[in-house]
Design a protein around this ligand. Structure first.
Ligand code: FE2
Length: 135
């Protein structure tokens, strides 16, 4: 399974969030390598915990910016964030319980989520911010 490669088309047009998204890509790739190499369970759960921490940080940073900009779909976006956080925690529990094959599934889930999140959902709020800032 290939690692995620950052592409220019992933840019949401706001440097701060591009930077955070790049860091998420890095953490997801790092976690995948650890899972793929069947590193010990402590290394795996550490990598997942770091990813969860950073995801929470990133979500709060996005939500604060959306709030400040008066983004009308803030509540819906917050719900997406809450659902994703729940899903990641569920995977974390399965990984800790050492259920077989969770790793690759988790990686695929994260990859699809991240790319969908950046390309569709995040572009909505960043486009709104860019448009209102230039008004
Ligand atoms: Fe994001």
């Amino acid at each position: 399974m290939p690692l995620i490669k950052w592409r220019d088309s992933y840019s949401v047009g706001i440097e701060k969030f591009d930077k955070e998204h790049r860091h998420l890509v890095e953490l997801i790739n790092r976690m995948f390598v650890i899972v793929r190499d069947k590193d010990n369970i402590t290394a795996v759960s550490d990598a997942v915990a770091r990813l969860i921490d950073y995801t929470e940080f990133h979500f709060s940073s996005e939500e604060a910016a959306m709030k400040e900009a008066g983004f009308p779909n803030l509540a819906a976006h917050q719900q997406l964030h809450a659902r994703l956080t729940q899903e990641i925690s569920a995977f974390q529990q399965k990984i800790v319980a050492e259920e077989s094959d969770v790793g690759p599934k988790f990686y695929r889930f994260l990859r699809d989520w991240l790319l969908g999140h950046i390309l569709e959902e995040d572009k909505q709020y960043t486009q709104y911010m860019i448009a209102t800032a230039n008004r």
